[in-house]
Design a protein around this ligand. Structure first.
Ligand code: ADP
Ligand code: ZN
Ligand code: ZN
Length: 720
C-alpha cells in the first residue's frame, strides 16, 4: 500500500495492510494508522499496489484502517493530489490541511451527537418489570433516541451501556435527511435590473463555466449570488460561498439565512474543532444547502455541489501565506471544472489575473455598472496637500468639509490604514528611532497601553520617557495612526461620537457588533478605521469618505502595490452614498498629479487595471508570466544567503528552457520575527516548464542536509 503521511517529504511511503485485511478491498482515500519511526501517524491511502521498490519483508504493517469510506470526496482527493504537485508541497501535508482537525487526529468519522439508540426486540430479555432498565428498553422499542435525549429523560449512560452489553440495545446513524426544496424562499427575491438579469441568466447550472461578475460596490452582486443559489437549491444541489476573512460578518451570513429556509452553515478558523467538524459532516451528507466560509472552506466536501461563488475574489486572504501556500481562488476554478459546475468570481475590483482570464475569453464576463436601487455613485476629489499645512495630518479644507457634513446630520468615514497612535518614535536630539529587535521595522507608538509595539511580530516594550541613546526627553511620535486621529477628532468634534474600528479597538468579538449597531442607528458621527472598516460593511448614512494617506500605495516596491492601492481606494470609496443620499470622497495626497492616481480618479479602477496589465506585460510580470519564490530563512543572515548561493547551481541545472532566475537577494522585509529572509525568483512564461523545474529542484533540495535552524520554502504564484 502506498500511503501519504504528514511529514515534510515529497514522497509516499510503503506499508503492508494490517493483519487479516486484504489491501485490494480498500478504497483510496481512507485513513490509516501506521508506525513511523518511534511514532504513530495518521496517513491516507493513495494506492493499493502489491509491489514495492523495497523488499516486502522489510515493510511494516499498518496498525489499523480507520475508515470504511474515504472522508473526502473523489474530486477533493484528486484536487489535493493536483495541488500538492502544483504548489510543490508534500501530499501528506496537503491532505491533512483538507481534513478537519478531528479526522487528522485519527478520531472516528461518526459524530457522537448523531448516534441514535434503538432496542433490539427480544422476547426473553430478563429485565425486571418496573425497573429503570425495563422502562428504557420499552421506550427504545417504540422509537430511537440520541444519548442526549436519553439522559435528559432521566436515564444514565451506564444504563445505556448495560443494555448494550446484554445485546438489547444497538446504536446506528440515521440516514441523512436532505434539506427541503419546497418553500425555499423565506422572503421574496428582488426584481432584478437588466444587468443583473443578464448575469443570472448567463450562468447555466449543471456544467462547468467560470464567470467574472464585475460590479461596483452596491451594484447588487449579492442579489445575483442569491438568485443563482436559488436555482441551485431548487435542483436540490448545494452552494459553496467563499468570502474574505474580513468579510465574514454576521450581516453577510444573516442575508443568506434571511432569504432561504434551508440550513446554512458557516466555516471559519475561529470555530472550535468540534463545531467545525459537525458543520463539515452536515455539508458532506447533503443536509445543508449553503456553506459560507473563508479560504479553507474551499475544501468542504459536498454531497451534491451545485455552484461555487468567490466574493471579493481579489482579496489577499484567499492566498495562504505559509505552509501549503495555495490560492483558494485558483483552486476553486479547478474544483468547479472537476465537479462540472459553474464558479462565479465576484468583485468591484477584480484581480489582474482574473481580468486577464476574462479578456482572453477563458471566463465569462458580466458587468453591473449601475448601483442597484436609487443609489448614486460618489464624486471623488483630491486635496493636494503639497503646499498646505496639516494639523495632525488633516488639512483645513478637509476639516471644514467634515464639519459641514456632520452639521447636516450625516456620517463621515475616515480611512487610515495604520493602527496605533503613531508609526514611529524619534529622538529630536540624536535621531534615534525605536525599532523592533526582531524585525527590520519601526515600532508603533500605542498611547493607551503606553507601549511600543511591533506590527510584524509579537514584540512590545514600555513606551520610554527618554531616549535610550542620549537620554534626551525630546521624543517625538512621528506620523499618524488611527488612535491619534481619533484623539484629534474627539477634540475637534466634541459634540459628535467618534467610533474607531481597527484590530486594537475590536479585539473582542462583541465590540465590532456594538460599534456597527451604533453606526446603523444613523446619528451623525465620525467613523475612523483601517481596512476592517473599508470592506464589506454597508453604511447607508455615510455621505463623506475621507482617505488620509494614499501616498504609500503610489510608491510601493511590490509589483502588486499599485493594483492593491487601486482596489483599496475603490472599495473605500464604495462605502459612500449607498442609500438615498449621494456620496463624496476626498483624498489627501502630496502627489495629486501622480499618473496612477489620475487614471483612477478620471477613469476608475477598470481603466487603471487595463493600464496596469499593459505595464505587467511590458515588464514580463504575472499574469503574463509565472513566478515562484524560493526563500531561505535563518536567524543568521549569512546562513540564509549562503544556502541560496550553494543551491543556485543545482537550481540552474534544473532549469528548463526559458526559465529565468534572479537573486538571491534580501526579501522586501529582510528580517521578520528574528529570521533573516533571502529569495531567489524563478520565472517562466511557460507554466509547465516552470513546474518541471520546481519539481526537479525540490527533489534535490529535500535530500540536502540543512544547517541547524535553517528553513526553506517555495511559494508558487506568490502574492507579493
Ligand atoms: P453588492 O453585493 O454588489 O455590494 P448588494 O447586493 O449588497 O450589492 O446590493 C446593494 C443594495 O441594493 C442592497 O441593499 C440590496 O438589497 C439592493 N438591491 C440589490 N439588487 C436590487 C434590485 N434588483 N432592486 C432593488 N434593490 C436591490
Ligand atoms: Zn536621543
Ligand atoms: Zn517585530
Amino acid at each position: 500500500m502506498r500511503v501519504a503521511l504528514p511529514v515534510p517529504l515529497r514522497r509516499l511511503f510503503d506499508y503492508l495492510a494490517p493483519e487479516n485485511t486484504l489491501s485490494h478491498t480498500l478504497q483510496a482515500g481512507v485513513r490509516l494508522r501506521v508506525p513511523f519511526g518511534r511514532q504513530e501517524l495518521i496517513g491516507v491511502l493513495v494506492e493499493c499496489s502489491e509491489h514495492s521498490e523495497f523488499p516486502l519483508e522489510k515493510l511494516k504493517r499498518a496498525h489499523e484502517i480507520l475508515d470504511d469510506e474515504p472522508p473526502l470526496t473523489p474530486v477533493l482527493f484528486e484536487l489535493a493530489q493536483w495541488a500538492a504537485q502544483y504548489y510543490q508541497y508534500p501530499l501528506g501535508e496537503v491532505l491533512h490541511t483538507l481534513l478537519p482537525h478531528t479526522l487528522r487526529a485519527g478520531k472516528s468519522t461518526e459524530l457522537a451527537s448523531d448516534l441514535q439508540w434503538r432496542a433490539v426486540p427480544c422476547a426473553e430479555n430478563s429485565l425486571r418489570t418496573g425497573s429503570k432498565l425495563f422502562s428504557l428498553y420499552q421506550w427504545l422499542l417504540q422509537e430511537s433516541a440520541t444519548r442526549e435525549a436519553i439522559t435528559e429523560a432521566g436515564y444514565s449512560s451506564a444504563q445505556i451501556k448495560t443494555l448494550c452489553d446484554r445485546g438489547l440495545l444497538e446504536s446506528f446513524i440515521p440516514t441523512p435527511t436532505p434539506f427541503d426544496t419546497q418553500n425555499l424562499l423565506a422572503e421574496p427575491h428582488l426584481a432584478l435590473n437588466e444587468e443583473q438579469r443578464v448575469a443570472v441568466a448567463g450562468v447555466s447550472m449543471g456544467k462547468f463555466s467560470a464567470t467574472l461578475l464585475e460590479g461596483v460596490t452596491g451594484s447588487g452582486k449579492t442579489e445575483v449570488y442569491l438568485q443563482l443559489i436559488e436555482k441551485v437549491l431548487t435542483r436540490s444541489e448545494q452552494a459553496l460561498v467563499l468570502v474574505p476573512e474580513i468579510g465574514l460578518t454576521p450581516q453577510t451570513v444573516a442575508r443568506f439565512r434571511r432569504r432561504f429556509r434551508c440550513p446554512v452553515v458557516v466555516l471559519h478558523s475561529a470555530l472550535a474543532a468540534g463545531e467545525r467538524y459537525a458543520a463539515w459532516q452536515r455539508a458532506r451528507r447533503g443536509e445543508v444547502g449553503i456553506v459560507i466560509g473563508t479560504r479553507s472552506a474551499l475544501f468542504t466536501p459536498l454531497a451534491r455541489t451545485g455552484i461555487i461563488i468567490v466574493d471579493e475574489e481579489h482579496d489577499n486572504s484567499f492566498k495562504q501565506q505559509d505552509g501549503f501556500r495555495y490560492s483558494a481562488r485558483d483552486l476553486t476554478v479547478l474544483r468547479a471544472q472537476r465537479e462540472n459546475i459553474p464558479v462565479v468570481l465576484g468583485s468591484a475590483t477584480p484581480s489582474l489575473e482574473t481580468l486577464h482570464n476574462a479578456m482572453h475569453n477563458r471566463y465569462q464576463h458580466w458587468r453591473l455598472t449601475q448601483r442597484a436601487g436609487n443609489a448614486k455613485p460618489p464624486t471623488i476629489e483630491v486635496i493636494d496637500t503639497n503646499r498646505i499645512a496639516l494639523t495632525e495630518g488633516i488639512s483645513a479644507p478637509l476639516l471644514q468639509a467634515m464639519r459641514n457634513e456632520l452639521a447636516a446630520g450625516n456620517q463621515v468615514l475616515v480611512f487610515l490604514n495604520r493602527r496605533g497612535y503613531a508609526p514611529a518614535l524619534l529622538c529630536a536630539d540624536c535621531r534615534w528611532q525605536a525599532s523592533c529587535p526582531h524585525c527590520s521595522a519601526k515600532l508603533t507608538v500605542h498611547k493607551k497601553t503606553q507601549q511600543l509595539r511591533c506590527h510584524h511580530c509579537d514584540y512590545y516594550e514600555k513606551l520610554p520617557r527618554d531616549c535610550p541613546q542620549c537620554e534626551s526627553t525630546r521624543l517625538d511620535a512621528i506620523g499618524i495612526g488611527t488612535q491619534r486621529s481619533e484623539h484629534f477628532f474627539n477634540e475637534q468634534f466634541a459634540e459628535y461620537p467618534v467610533i474607531r474600528i481597527d484590530r486594537d479597538s475590536m479585539s473582542r468579538k462583541k465590540s465590532l457588533h456594538d460599534a456597527l449597531e451604533k453606526i446603523h442607528q444613523g446619528n451623525p458621527s465620525l467613523l475612523i478605521g483601517t481596512q476592517m472598516l473599508a470592506k464589506g460593511h454597508h453604511f447607508p448614512h455615510v455621505t463623506l469618505v475621507v482617505i488620509l494617506d494614499i501616498d504609500s500605495g503610489l510608491f510601493s516596491a511590490d509589483f502588486r502595490g499599485a493594483e492593491k492601492m487601486g482596489q483599496l481606494l475603490e472599495q473605500v470609496a464604495g462605502r459612500a452614498g449607498r442609500a438615498e443620499k449621494p456620496g463624496r470622497v476626498l483624498i489627501q495626497s502630496r502627489y495629486a498629479e501622480h499618473p496612477l492616481l489620475r487614471t483612477l480618479l478620471k477613469e476608475g479602477y477598470q481603466q487603471l487595471a487595463r493600464q496596469l496589465l499593459g505595464e505587467r506585460q511590458a515588464a514580463a510580470l504575472p499574469p503574463y508570466t509565472h513566478l515562484a519564490l524560493l526563500r531561505a530563512e535563518h536567524t543568521d543572515p549569512h546562513h540564509a544567503q549562503q544556502l541560496l548561493k550553494n543551491w543556485l547551481p543545482a537550481l540552474q541545472a534544473a532549469c528548463e528552457l526559458g526559465v529565468q532566475l534572479a537573486g538571491p537577494w534580501p526579501a522586501l522585509m529582510e528580517k521578520r520575527a528574528s529570521f533573516y529572509r533571502f529569495d531567489i525568483q524563478i520565472k517562466s512564461s511557460n507554466r509547465s516548464e516552470l513546474q518541471k523545474t520546481l519539481a526537479k529542484f525540490c527533489a534535490f533540495a529535500e535530500q540536502q542536509k540543512l544547517p541547524k535552524g535553517l528553513r526553506w520554502s517555495l511559494d508558487v504564484d506568490p502574492a507579493s
